[in-house]
Ligand binder design. Structure first.
Ligand code: ZN
Length: 189
């Protein structure tokens, strides 16, 4: 059982004081706030590929590094990171070969229904069928998606205008980054 494995490892980890190389505080040393995808390939690769160590950044992860509206909980996390935790720079980092690429909410809901999810109740509680489906929609282009998320973040009324918001795409195999939006150029204008 995975939980048992985790707890057994954890007990030894603490006993051996294996945590000492990771000691830091809650304020990000590099003052970076990163919104990225929950993809398991990025777990170790992303911090290594961008030279982040423990304590350097606030990392917010969700499906697809997507922020589709400003009431999104990712937006709240970014604002908390900037205003309460000294974050000064925001990076939206999507990746190639993302599970949200070409994901259609209606298809996923059908699958959820087949797997025993109570789609009927979910639909009844939603504002409309369209809204219910859209909630699960992915994107057709990761470049457009990170640009759109970065733009929503940058234009949020509660985000200070001098906070740069960058958009990048990472290759989950090589870690290579492509810059889609350079936030310095936007804030300097
Ligand atoms: Zn992904």
């Amino acid at each position: 059982m995975l939980l048992d494995d985790i707890l057994a490892h954890n007990q030894k980890f603490v006993e051996d004081k294996a945590y000492t190389p990771y000691e830091t505080d809650k304020f990000p040393s590099k003052k970076a706030v990163i919104l990225t995808c929950m993809d398991a390939r990025l777990l170790e690769l992303l911090p290594k590929a961008v030279n982040l160590k423990n304590g350097d950044a606030k990392i917010i992860q969700n499906a697809g590094a997507m922020l589709v509206d400003t009431s999104d909980s990712a937006m709240k996390s970014i604002l908390v990171a900037v205003h309460a935790l000294k974050g000064e720079e925001v990076f939206v980092i999507g990746h190639k070969d993302c599970g949200m690429h070409h994901l259609h909410g209606a298809d996923l809901l059908e699958q959820i229904g087949n797997q025993g999810g109570d789609v009927e109740t979910y639909m009844r509680q939603a504002e409309s069928e369209d809204v219910a489906n859209m909630w699960f929609n992915g994107f057709n282009s990761v470049e457009e998606s990170v640009e759109s998320s970065a733009s929503l973040i940058a234009n949020h009324p509660l985000l200070p205008r001098d906070v740069p918001v960058h958009a990048l795409v990472i290759d989950p195999a090589t870690g290579e980054l492509t810059t889609i939006r350079n936030g310095y150029e936007k804030t300097n204008n």
